[in-house]
Design a binder for this molecule. Sequence first.
Ligand SMILES: Cc1cc2nc3c(=O)[nH]c(=O)nc-3n(C[C@H](O)[C@H](O)[C@H](O)COP(=O)(O)OP(=O)(O)OC[C@H]3O[C@@H](n4cnc5c(N)ncnc54)[C@H](O)[C@@H]3O)c2cc1C
Length: 431
Amino acid sequence: MGAELFAPCASLWAATASPRATGMAVQAPLQVDVAVIGGGVTGLSAALHLAQAGVQVALFEAFEVGHRASGRNGGQVVPGFKPLPSALIKRFGEQAARRMMRLGYGCADELFALVERHRIDCHPTRNGWLQGAYSQASSDYLARRSREINAHGGTTRYLDRDAVRAATGSDYWPSGLLEESAGAVQPLEYARGLARAAADLGATLYEHSPVQAITSVSRGFQLQINGHAVHARKVIVATDAYTDRLVPQVAQSYVNVASAQIATDPLPAALQQSLLPLRAGISETRKITYYCRIDPEGRFVIGGRGRNGDHLDPATREQLRKAACERFPHLNDLPFTHGWACRVGMTIDDLPHLHQLADGLWTAYGYCGRGVAMGTTLGRVLSEAVRDTPASALEFPVTPVKRLPLYPVRQLSAMAALQWYRLRDAMGHPG
Ligand SMILES: Cc1cc2nc3c(=O)[nH]c(=O)nc-3n(C[C@H](O)[C@H](O)[C@H](O)COP(=O)(O)OP(=O)(O)OC[C@H]3O[C@@H](n4cnc5c(N)ncnc54)[C@H](O)[C@@H]3O)c2cc1C
């Protein structure tokens, strides 16, 4: 962690965000009621909701808030879960699945309400989110997905080829699914706005304060930060793909995936009008998917699977540029002026995980590319969990941590899985 401690976050969002002063670092021993580790959307939302409930809370971030995925993502605010409602009911039972779906299909509403309540200046837009099909099988899948989601409280619309063309300005996708409650934010401004709102409500935020260890002690936990001991009665771990050795059993329960993005400068006005005229972000049903949108300033931003979680390599940059031009040939001669990458946590069941690791020690992670809205919502759920809401009353199922079966070779297994998914995508498998 040390060498990169003050590395800049070289994303479009960092380059265009309003300047801000760095927060203070831990420089002395501390005693807090609840410690939140990680200044991404999960941790920030947990801190905000705890402070709102009058709890004495301190958040500790290794770098600066929004330094990792929360400040570098595509900014697409997408409700719900990847698995179909029928799969959730089969796995969790009717009652738990219904409660979970109410939470999931409402999480974009929850995020935009939070933005409004705390006047977070993060360029919010609410034009929906599209999932594009790429084969007859995936069109059939989207039609079924739309029916199932709408039957469980979601608001989606199945779009045929003409409707997708009208929404995107592209012939690439044969059909699509529009999630009407979705939208977008400038992700780094959103994370920083959550931090400001949490601080305004009384949370204390420490930056450049990496937690080196968590030890169970009498009446709580001791954290080691910058050579000082911090005692907390309860702890929330919100470190997603960067959990590493801090909580090995968590780090061993998901796969780290690199996701990368490139962006243009604001497009010429005529091009801005013809590209994605609905201004909904779009992703695809493929397992190895690309996602893109136009931001409010008219920049085209596209992302997809990367090779390295720390920087954008030339091969990934070219792969993303090609993907952009395949979908929107009008972009052929335009330069992509920004490029960046980050790690993101993926679970093998395609669902986020909420765990109680010990009495008073909680975590949530693994949003599988949908963490902007769901991380915000599960941050709130974590704040309820550490305030002693019984697990059975939480709106998301609390599951035991399960180490991945092939953990020692999990990244190799992940690469093998990627090849398998590429093959499935090429064969037209629905999703
Ligand atoms: C390129 C990319 C594009 C994406 N696009 C989208 C999108 O458009 N829509 C969407 O919904 N999701 C998207 N995602 C996923 C989404 O960004 C994540 O799911 C979400 O941000 C996870 O939030 P988090 O707070 O749990 O974790 P993070 O944002 O990763 O935050 C964890 C924080 O913990 C800190 N930390 C780690 N270890 C320690 C320690 N020991 N001590 C103190 N601090 C520590 C890290 O520095 C980091 O700031 C994307 C992800 C990537 C990488």
